[in-house]
Design a protein around this ligand. Structure first.
Ligand SMILES: Cc1cc2nc3c(=O)[nH]c(=O)nc-3n(C[C@H](O)[C@H](O)[C@H](O)COP(=O)(O)OP(=O)(O)OC[C@H]3O[C@@H](n4cnc5c(N)ncnc54)[C@H](O)[C@@H]3O)c2cc1C
Length: 302
């Protein structure tokens, strides 16, 4: 069902299980996919004028949405565009990260290979400072365009984000990334292609199959025990407490990687949260360590 308000066509009661890679989540009261900055601004201003809460999402690959769904407007980012400027790439935030990685390869630009196989959009990746293989988005982003919650647009540089491990300042400000400039360096096309293929093949081996609901690593890795050391993998701790293949209802710990919680079909958010509690309790009891979520939990009230 749709509803037209101020020339904006909203869909009503759209299950968010359709828009998250976990395939979990109840209905959004209002849902709209935006394909331009102008449309996003119109929706944001409408929401503000009418006191309606809103949530801006990308590929839904880092979200666990509650079974009751979301009371407000869910805006799905479909703002796309990608171009080269010297040794940089300027991309709109609704572009899939994988498409930007491919674009870099086609242009023989190196530096983004680490992001191969990370699902979702550029916007989600910058929001959570996504990374792998020791590199993250904060290492390559130089400039960006942001829309503040009031609809105003700002040009900012890397400092604005205060990037940390799986963290950017967007988590505090609620600002929406519109576009980013990613600085890369000229490289050998064949080397870039080989590295991407190697990473994608490794991910395919280690990750759950595509049709299994999953949102990547559920918990953050822990701070390194001393400067210069590597982070302690949450998956290792979970493995040692016998997490692999544990389940609550249809929420299951992946056998191949204890930090991947999965929904093979029919899992409820409630099951997932019970499983998470159980896992955290076991790790706390055994190691005295409080695991922290990397996944973003979306409650009914946004
Ligand atoms: C199989 C698998 C493997 C994964 N591997 C990795 C990995 O190696 N490294 C890693 O870091 N992550 C990994 N992830 C997690 C996830 O893919 C990343 O966090 C991804 O960057 C999220 O992007 P998204 O567009 O799906 O964001 P969403 O899940 O849609 O949103 C996540 C958060 O970002 C916010 N957001 C989205 N777009 C914007 C925007 N334009 N402006 C402001 N805020 C925005 C949303 O409001 C939400 O709070 C993996 C996930 C899966 C399923």
């Amino acid at each position: 069902m749709t509803e037209r308000r101020d020339s904006i066509q909203f869909k009503k009661n759209i299950p968010l299980s359709r828009h998250t890679t976990f395939k979990i989540g109840g209905p959004a009261d209002y849902f709209i996919a935006v394909r331009s900055i102008k449309k996003l601004k119109q929706v944001v201003e409408y929401a503000n004028e009418n006191g309606m809460p809103f949530l801006f999402i990308g590929g839904g690959s880092n979200l666990l949405v509650c079974d009751r769904g979301v009371r407000g407007i869910v805006i799905k980012n479909g703002i796309k565009g990608i171009r080269r400027k010297g040794n940089s790439i300027i991309a709109r935030s609704g572009e899939k990260l994988s498409r930007i990685v491919d674009f870099a390869m086609q242009n023989r630009l190196s530096g983004l290979e680490f992001a191969s196989g990370i699902p979702g959009t550029l916007g989600g990746a910058v929001y959570g400072n996504a990374g792998a293989y020791g590199k993250c988005m904060g290492d390559v982003l130089v400039k960006a365009k942001i829309m503040k919650r009031d609809g105003n647009i700002l040009d900012v540089d890397n400092d604005y984000f205060h990037f940390l491990y799986r963290w950017s300042g967007l988590k505090n400000s609620g600002g929406m990334l519109l576009e980013a400039e990613i600085s890369l360096s000229p490289g050998c096309g064949e080397d870039i292609c080989c590295e991407i293929e190697r990473i994608v093949a490794e991910r395919r081996r280690k990750h759950p199959a595509h049709d299994v609901g999953c949102a990547g690593s559920y918990f953050k890795n822990l701070d390194p025990p001393r400067p210069g050391a590597r982070r302690i993998a949450a998956g290792k701790l979970l493995e040692q407490v016998g997490a692999k293949a544990m389940r609550v209802g249809n929420a299951v710990v992946f056998e191949g990687h204890a930090n991947f919680l999965t929904n093979p079909g029919g899992a409820k958010c409630e099951d997932m949260l019970k499983l998470v509690d159980l896992l955290k309790k076991r790790v706390k009891e055994r190691f005295g360590i409080e695991l922290k979520e990397e996944i973003i939990y979306i409650d009914e009230e946004i």
